[in-house]
Design a protein around this ligand. Structure first.
Ligand SMILES: Cc1cc2nc3c(=O)[nH]c(=O)nc-3n(C[C@H](O)[C@H](O)[C@H](O)COP(=O)(O)OP(=O)(O)OC[C@H]3O[C@@H](n4cnc5c(N)ncnc54)[C@H](O)[C@@H]3O)c2cc1C
Length: 427
């Protein structure tokens, strides 16, 4: 946790400075006590970050032999020598190949493996019936390969179920679902049940919101009024284009589609609005316990014991009839594995003894034990960047010993990514 938090600021700066990324917007996500999650004005943050990193490593591999990319290959086994890891065996086009050297595993979690011998079946059989947001590559290979050579795993039973998987109206049973980014709730999206009522603190932790959904009446909707959707319009248009979100010119149209009286949605917004006003006037005087601390006036969430304290882009009931809304049907989905291979502060994978295994590192979702039993939104991409860098640095030190030195990405890549954007020199 110390490594994650301590490196958070400098590593966001690193992305902005070295990769020229837009990370200018800041949102409060579920469970956050302050707005602290960065994103750009367009595109999803994961896309923004990974595209830039991939471009950079491609540039370096084109210019030097310091990086080499092998695509469409499946690593099958870690090779060991004298108690350390010294390479991998991978399969490509039906043939096996060996690659020698220390290894940084970055193979992700296991949230899309529904087979009988999967880690999900072993540790969380109760979740097997749920859909997932994870791609079908997310099968826990790195964890299994690590365990096979004596690495210690941790917290494998902690699998996060995210409340806002997006239901495709034409294919509601699809096992793989799009995710409604948590920032949609951060900008003021409300979660309502089939009757048009709120039943939870939209900014509670993911496990809490999901838990309240199980107790309420589906189908659930995530709805954004104009001010909220304007703040995150790229996302809303993207989901609408994919058919998993719908635009309604008025609240009245939304109510018709939901088959509920307009007066219900008006009452839901009026109560939320009044709670926000009271909260503004008297932040500590409310009758309910708030999350993460203090008191709240919000009746709908206050009753759950995890009351809403932060209100953003609220509208009163009288506006609902003519208000434009974006709305999506949402359902709980397997999303993230808090568990994985246990790492130390150098991102080295530890053995059963608790000692680092020489030559084996892990970064990203394959590593476990950093996020407790429920990761907060935004912290995974952060974890990938922070521990990716920590692992890279320590792996390089392991390989190079005294010859280790800091390198400049700009120099290695021939000017960095900005060089591609510069106007071509006149011939
Ligand atoms: C839809 C969605 C939205 C998200 N949004 C956010 C967000 O906004 N903020 C946030 O912090 N987190 C978010 N997360 C979580 C975060 O994106 C993931 O936890 C993170 O991308 C994991 O990165 P990773 O590199 O560890 O693993 P992955 O991204 O899963 O990549 C693993 C890679 O390893 C490869 N691989 C696996 N096994 C093998 C093998 N045997 N041989 C060779 N290659 C292998 C896979 O093909 C894949 O390319 C989101 C997740 C999803 C699914």
């Amino acid at each position: 946790m110390q490594v994650l938090c301590g490196n958070s600021g400098p590593d966001v700066d690193w992305l902005v400075d070295k990769f020229d990324l837009d990370m200018s917007l800041l949102a409060r996500l579920g469970g956050h006590s302050a707005p602290r999650t960065h994103r750009g004005k367009e595109r999803f943050p994961g896309m923004t970050i990974t595209y830039a990193l991939i471009q950079m490593v491609e540039k370096i591999s084109e210019r030097s032999d310091l990086a080499r990319i092998i695509n469409k290959a499946k690593v099958k086994q870690l090779l060991t020598k004298a108690g350390g890891v010294c390479g991998v065996i991978y399969e490509k086009k039906g043939k096996d190949f060996t690659e020698e050297g220390p290894v940084i595993l970055a193979t992700g979690g296991f949230g899309a493996d529904f087979t009988d011998d999967s880690l999900l079946a072993k540790y969380r059989p109760d979740l097997l019936h749920l859909p997932t947001t994870n791609g079908d590559h997310t099968t826990g290979d790195g964890i299994k390969m690590g365990e096979a050579i004596g690495a210690r795993s941790i917290d494998l039973e902690w699998v996060q179920v995210h409340p806002t998987g997006l239901v495709e109206p034409d294919d509601p049973e699809a096992k793989i679902k799009f995710l409604a980014a948590e920032a949609l709730r951060g900008v003021g999206g409300l979660v309502i049940n089939a009757n048009g009522e709120r039943f939870c603190n939209e900014l509670g932790r993911r496990d809490y919101v999901t838990g309240e959904m199980w107790k309420s009446n589906p189908p659930f909707r995530l709805i954004l009024n104009k001010a909220a959707s304007d703040e995150i319009i790229w996302h809303c248009k993207h989901y609408t284009g994919r058919g998993v979100m719908k635009f309604y010119a008025t609240g009245e149209d939304l109510c018709k589609d939901m088959n509920i009286p307009l007066s219900t949605l008006e009452a839901t917004h009026q109560a939320h609005f009044e709670a926000a006003k009271k909260q503004e006037k008297d932040p500590n005087g409310g009758p309910f316990e708030a999350y993460p601390s203090g008191k709240t006036w919000d009746d709908a969430s206050g009753k759950t014991g995890v009351g809403k304290k932060f209100f953003h882009n609220t509208i009163d009931g009288s506006k609902v009839k003519a208000e434009p809304f974006y709305s999506a049907i949402i359902t709980p989905v397997i999303h993230y594995c808090m568990g994985g291979l246990e790492i130390d502060e150098n991102s080295a994978v530890v053995a059963q003894s608790g000692k680092a295994i020489p030559g084996l590192y892990a970064a990203g979702e394959v590593a476990g034990g950093v996020h407790g039993n429920n990761r907060l939104g935004g912290n995974s991409l952060l974890d990938c960047v922070v521990f990716g860098r920590v692992a890279g640095r320590h792996c390089a030190k392991y390989m190079l010993g005294d010859k280790f030195k800091n390198m400049d990405l700009k120099e290695l890549s021939g000017g960095g990514l900005a060089a591609d954007k510069a106007p071509a020199a006149k011939l």
